[in-house]
Design a protein around this ligand. Structure first.
Ligand code: NDP
Ligand code: MG
Length: 389
């Protein structure tokens, strides 16, 4: 039996992961499940899958969680430190699916156990890619990508010489507003931005898909994880979301990964790697699909893509600044304080104001990332207040 833990079990990726695990209950022993506000889901899953421990990140929800788990024999704990401790429990395979920079410290704790970390939390790589990879190396742990594009790249590279890679192309659906006139984007509402044409995901990544901040994060994720020169990473808009990424080799071949937009594929690949096991995802009927379309991304519509390039050029802790500013701008959009098209200018302004800080602290440690993350959120809040005033 493989010992597995799911960080962010109550979210979209977490629930898809549990769906796969629950189909083969004899193969897995569930160590820890973590969540935040959704106590009923967390407790129900912990009972159903007989987890050793369930943890909510919210300190003040401990009593609720205890009550929901009463009589089940499942341990309960609460608070960010308890999430880290849960991630530190010995497990063979840990899913990192907390949303935001909050996923970094638990992911690192899991890597220190030396097992396999299935990484959905792209923010960890954007904030602290070198730290994640270094920690994995030091502890003999393995990181397997779960983001669909990165899983696709990883799969296209199996058996290949990475020196023969000429370019990596990641696809973008274009999100909710890909066909809107640019001048209407300023009026986009939260509801409109929260509905994705192809993928069913958490609210934050869905909005990030509409603004392309998600793709911006993924360019940085590709750079950090695969160690490829930024100039060799391309983005193509592919509205059908059936090709997830392509790897171009020096002989001109492009290897594409094609599959339905269902995260259970990438999660299942990371769960069963290096084997391929049968997965409950739809099989594509190519004749029925008929055709696949592509268009170049438009910088005026999606300024986040340009910002990602600037972040990679600047290096250091710029990724941590970028992510924290983006998270704060997104909080502002969700709260109705920041317009849809104001998010990128807020992030850009924070990157400008903190450019020396980001470049200065070259060593990427958890403390330095946490400090810069905090400063970037404060700066972003100040920028938002100035723009509103
Ligand atoms: P969701 O918002 O659906 O789920 C987020 C999870 O994190 C929930 O379990 C939530 O708990 C928990 N959580 C929220 N805040 C905190 C916190 N401060 N500390 C600890 N846990 C917290 O997100 P997704 O599942 O969509 O995304 C998860 C990660 O995977 C993100 O990094 C995202 O970018 C990445 N990803 C997601 C994809 C998708 O298809 N959804 C695709 C590719 C990558 P609760 O719900 O109980 O409050
Ligand atoms: Mg993705």
């Amino acid at each position: 039996m493989r010992r597995v833990s799911i960080l962010g079990a109550t979210g979209s990726i977490g629930q898809n992961t549990l769906d796969l695990i629950a189909r083969a209950p004899d193969d897995y022993s569930v160590v820890a499940l973590t969540g935040a506000g959704n106590i009923p889901q967390l407790a129900a899953d912990a009972r159903r899958l007989r987890a050793e421990i369930a943890v909510t990140a919210y300190e003040d929800r401990l009593e609720d969680l205890r009550a929901a788990l009463a009589g089940s024999g499942v341990e309960a704990a609460a608070g960010p430190q308890a999430v880290i401790e849960a991630a530190s429990r010995p497990a063979d395979w840990v899913m990192s699916a907390i949303v935001g920079a909050a996923g970094l410290a638990p992911g690192l704790a899991a890597l220190q156990q030396g097992g396999t970390l299935a990484l959905a939390n792209k923010e960890s790589l954007v904030c602290a890619g070198p730290l994640m990879l270094r920690t994995a190396r030091q502890h003999g742990a393995r990181i397997l990508p779960v983001d669909s594009e990165h899983s696709a790249i990883f799969q296209a590279l199996v058996g290949e010489d990475t020196a023969a890679v000429e370019r990596i192309v990641i696809t973008a659906s274009g999100g909710a507003f890909r066909d809107w006139p640019i001048e209407d984007l300023g009026h986009a509402t939260l509801d409109q931005a929260s509905s994705h044409p192809n993928w069913d995901m958490g609210q934050r990544i869905t909005i990030d898909s509409a603004s392309m901040f998600n793709k911006a994060m993924e360019i940085i994720e590709t750079w950090e994880f695969f160690g490829i020169d930024p100039a060799r990473i391309e983005v193509i808009v592919h509205p059908e979301s059936l090709i997830h990424a392509l790897v171009g080799f020096r002989d001109g071949a492009l290897m594409a990964h094609v599959g339905p937009p269902d995260m259970r594929h990438a999660i299942g690949y990371a769960l069963h790697w290096p084997e391929r096991r049968s997965l409950p995802v739809a099989r594509l009927d190519l004749a029925q699909i008929g055709g696949l379309t592509f268009r170049a991304p438009c910088d005026a519509r999606w300024p986040a893509l340009r910002l990602a390039r600037e972040v990679m050029m600047a290096g250091g802790l710029s990724g941590a600044v970028f992510n924290a500013a983006k998270e704060t701008a997104l909080d502002g959009f969700i709260a109705g304080r920041v317009g849809f098209t104001q998010m990128a200018p807020v992030v850009e302004e924070v990157l400008t104001r903190l450019s020396d800080t980001a470049r200065g602290a070259t060593e990427i440690t958890l403390d330095n990332v946490a400090r810069v993350d905090h400063l970037s959120r404060e700066t972003a809040s100040a920028v938002i207040a100035e723009k509103a005033g």
